[in-house]
Design a protein around this ligand. Structure first.
Ligand code: PHE
Ligand code: FE
Length: 261
């Protein structure tokens, strides 16, 4: 089942969690994490949303690969979330169950130096730098909790593919309007050396308003920069626009053709 994935799943619990084993990271790995963090930190001030910037400032992270337990302590106090250490990508049901219990799965391994700019699977840098800071924002945190519960429901309705598109266009590659202009909140953007500036500065991609049904119907690109980004007004809007019962929407959309990105 996990052939092709590079994490070590042999010691994972039934819910796919592992011990982070922080002491096993090498000095070279901490230094690589620090270099990734520094490169990206020069970009986020200009391109990341204010909620992300505010949260990272309170974390005192960046000097080394973070100790998940310390971050979880702060998270629990703020929004009731915590980090669950995992070997890498995990099956849908385990992933949704963690989110539905306010646990965010974070991969324990770090990319190799030659993957500095591009990596195929999420590693600890993407998961931590991209996803974790926004869990400190109450509206985002509540939305992701609802998404997890919605994921378990989508499994029962055979609609995970549709729901995954929503995650892709928001949690991974979403943009948000701010008084200073459009900013990124998607983790795939915030952790990317190239796409973070591209998604905001480049005139080529489309930037569309959030429309639930079109998102659920639209496929996405996994091997190059996105051709379309979805711009929300706020996390409160995201929460509001995803609050309706998706059951009849899934049923209706299943009869319609899927749209190209
Ligand atoms: N409202 C969705 C449903 O009924 C659940 C959901 C909430 C999905 C938030 C995504 C985000 O299935
Ligand atoms: Fe991600």
């Amino acid at each position: 089942m996990h052939s092709g994935l590079r994490g070590d799943y042999s010691r994972a619990a039934p819910d796919y969690t592992v011990a982070q084993d922080w002491g096993a990271y090498t000095g070279e790995q901490h230094a690589l994490f620090r270099r990734l963090f520094e490169r990206q930190s020069r970009l986020v001030a200009r391109y990341a949303c204010p909620e992300w910037i505010e949260a990272i400032a309170g974390l005192d992270a960046g000097g080394e690969i973070p100790r998940f337990e310390r971050i979880s302590e702060k998270l629990r106090a703020r929004t009731g979330w915590e980090i669950a250490a995992v070997p890498g990508l995990i099956p849908d049901e385990a992933f949704f169950t963690h989110l539905a219990n306010r646990r965010f799965p974070v991969t324990v391994w770090l990319r190799k130096p030659e993957e500095f700019d591009y990596i195929v699977e999420p590693d600890v840098f993407h998961d931590f730098f991209g996803h974790v800071p926004l869990l400190f924002d109450p509206a985002y945190a509540d939305h992701l909790h609802e998404y997890g519960k919605g994921g378990l429901k989508a499994m029962r309705l055979d609609a995970v593919k549709m729901l995954a598109r929503l995650y892709w266009y928001t949690i991974e590659f979403g943009l948000v309007r701010t008084p200073a202009g459009i900013r990124a909140y998607g983790a795939g953007l915030i952790s990317s050396g190239g796409e973070l500036a591209y998604c905001i500065d480049d005139p080529a991609p489309k930037r569309l308003d959030f429309d639930l049904e079109s998102i659920l119907r639209t496929e996405y690109l996994i091997d190059r920069y996105q051709s379309t980004y979805i711009v929300i007004d706020s996390f409160a809007q995201l929460m509001r626009d995803t609050a309706p019962d998706f059951t009849p929407i899934y049923a209706r959309l299943k009869a319609l053709p899927v749209l190209a990105p």
